[in-house]
Design a protein around this ligand. Structure first.
Ligand code: GLP
Length: 239
């Protein structure tokens, strides 16, 4: 795993945005795998600024997001579709029809996961996948378990994740108990993976990931098996 250590959150965000912008300049019709959570917000702001300046264009870019709560409406301000529109899609020249987030309103969530998996496959995989890391080591919503799923699937959120994500909701009771998420195999279809981590709360998660062992009870450790992963983190994550 390559590691890029940054002074602070702003530098981490800019380094990641620069990496994405270089890919977009080289391959204007690239497929970007996107993540939610507070960690990539600065990177999205930086990409929006670059686009505003005319340095990059999203005109021919396709995006696929990692995950979505289930059930949840896209108009709910805690949905990942809403988050992506607000943080990036509404701020750049992307064709919304080319932005993909699992559908949190699907009547048949299993069928929706199948459709999503096929979509990623039909796109020919992902050129660059951005990942955050949950404090319990989850990636996307692949939660710690004795078995991990390869394909996009419906998952139950762990109590730890419900508690961690409740800071965005009125209360923990309002956090949906399930989610639709790319599986480890879907994520591994990405040619390149960039993991972002910032702040002392990610220290344990990142150090477990860097131990170079693989443990399904700590999904981020699976990333040691992928040939092209770069961790971009702030210094305090490693202290
Ligand atoms: C959520 C998302 C993950 C994200 C994680 C970390 O649970 N499903 O994709 O990586 O939160 O979020 P944060 O960046 O806010 O710490």
């Amino acid at each position: 795993m390559n590691i890029i250590v940054c002074k602070n959150y702003a530098e981490m965000s800019n380094v990641a945005a620069k990496m994405m912008s270089e890919l977009m300049q080289k391959k204007p019709n690239c497929v970007l795998g996107l993540a939610t959570g507070s960690t990539p917000e600065g990177m999205y702001a930086s990409l929006a600024e670059m686009c505003e300046r005319g340095d990059i264009s999203f005109e021919n870019v396709t995006t696929v997001n990692l995950d979505e709560y289930y059930p949840i409406a896209p108009t709910n301000d805690q949905s990942y579709r809403y988050f992506m529109n607000r943080q990036l899609f509404d701020r750049v020249n992307i064709n919304k029809a080319n932005t993909n987030v699992p559908d949190g309103t699907a009547k048949d969530p299993v069928a929706e996961c199948k459709r999503y998996e096929q979509l990623v496959s039909d796109l020919g995989g992902i050129d660059l996948q951005i990942l955050g890391i949950g404090r319990n080591g989850h990636i996307g919503f692949n939660e710690p378990d004795t078995k991990l799923m390869l394909d996009t699937h419906v998952t139950d959120l762990t109590e730890d994740t419900i508690e961690a994500n409740s800071r965005f909701f009125a209360s923990a009771n309002d956090v949906p108990r399930r989610a639709l998420t790319m599986g480890i195999g879907t994520i591994f279809k990405a040619k390149k993976i960039v993991v972002l981590a910032s702040g002392a709360s990610k220290k344990d998660a990142v150090s477990a990931m860097l131990e170079r062992t693989v443990d399904t009870n700590f999904p981020a450790t699976m990333l040691n098996l992928h040939p092209d992963v770069t961790l971009i983190c702030t210094q305090d994550v490693l202290d």
